[in-house]
Ligand binder design. Structure first.
Ligand code: AVJ
Length: 318
């Protein structure tokens, strides 16, 4: 069975996602669709914004605690990163480990992964790098041939897990528990719940980059599905909700919208919105409970002075 999707498959999936969003209550559409080439560039820009604290804060936590994190992980560990992207956070970690067995970067984009890996060889000296093209939100397997190692560490920085539903996060943690084995460890970055005074500007910056990122979904759909959605007719909104604590991004219709998709006409009334992303905000205790249900035991935690973000180390409990 082929696991590679063709461009036509992707177009059909996006069209189905849009029709589902138009016809179902809540009008939700997977945030995965935000990350086309332009969307990924805009997200990189977001990480540089003064009001978007998570990336900078997490990098600071790693920089300030690298020696103690490396010590807690130990030697001869195979590092498996979920959604490796540019591996920006992993290179310092791998270099801080006294002796590691190898690095398995996993990314959904084959092109991006190939490019990133070619830049890594010089930065990582002789460390074996075994890239894997896979969608880590579905069940995936590790490459068949791996260098000898005494333990496996799952590495999942960036609070990317926050984009998954509770059930999605649960099944990912369970799957990794199986994959990483008895001696398995999991090092994960999570964004902590905090005042909406801090959260809202992080997702609705004065520069308008997050608004452009959100609206780019419509640009993407217009191009991919040959539609004529009026992009200016949708306003970017970041909303804070509790139970569970989260930020939701919406694209709100500022006037009644009629959309024709594959010959069918749908309407979105003024004030209704596409729900384009959920970003869960956790407490350390709450996340530890979620992970425990998937077999993971919290061993260490590192945070910043304002407790905005946390890096947690879990062990596969026996
Ligand atoms: C990539 C999921 C970590 O939720 O903070 C940033 C995505 N969306 N601004 C996040 C995002 C809007 C980001 N993650």
């Amino acid at each position: 069975m082929s696991t590679t999707k063709t461009a036509t498959d992707t177009t059909t999936d996006l069209q189905q996602a849009l029709v589902d969003a138009l016809t179902q209550p809540g009008h939700g559409i997977s945030s995965a669709w935000l990350y086309d080439q332009r969307g990924s560039e805009l997200f990189e820009e977001i990480t540089e914004l003064p009001s978007y604290y998570p990336t900078r804060t997490e990098i600071g936590i790693f920089a300030d605690n690298l020696a103690s994190i490396a010590k807690a992980i130990g030697n001869d560990c195979l590092v498996v990163e979920l959604g490796s992207g540019s591996s920006r956070k992993t290179v310092p970690l791998l270099n801080a480990l006294d002796r590691s067995a190898g690095y398995v970067p996993i990314d959904i984009s084959a092109d991006y992964l190939r490019e990133a890996v070619s830049g890594l060889t010089t930065k990582l000296k002789d460390l074996p790098v075994i890239p894997l093209v896979a969608d880590f939100t579905t069940a995936f397997s590790l490459p068949p041939s791996l260098p000898a190692h005494s333990s496996r560490l799952g590495f999942f920085p960036g609070s990317t897990i926050g984009n998954l539903t509770a059930a999605g996060a649960q099944s990912l943690l369970q799957h990794c528990h199986t994959l990483l084995g008895q001696e398995g460890m999991f090092l994960i970055g999570i964004d902590l719940d905090k005042s909406p005074d801090v959260l809202i500007p992080a997702y609705d910056d004065p520069e308008g980059v997050t608004a452009a990122f959100n609206r780019n979904l419509l640009v993407h759909m217009n191009r991919e599905l040959e539609l004529a959605i009026d992009i200016e007719a949708f306003a970017h909104e970041a909303r804070y909700y509790t139970d569970p604590a989260r930020i939701e991004m919406h694209l709100v219709a500022v006037a009644d919208q009629t959309l024709t998709v594959a010959g069918q006409t749908y309407t979105l009334a003024k004030g209704e919105s596409f729900h384009t992303e959920t970003s869960h905000k956790y407490t350390v205790e709450g996340f530890a409970q979620l992970a425990k249900r998937a077999g993971w035991q919290l061993r260490r935690e590192w945070s910043d002075s304002e407790q905005r973000f946390a890096v947690l180390l879990f062990d596969a409990s026996k």
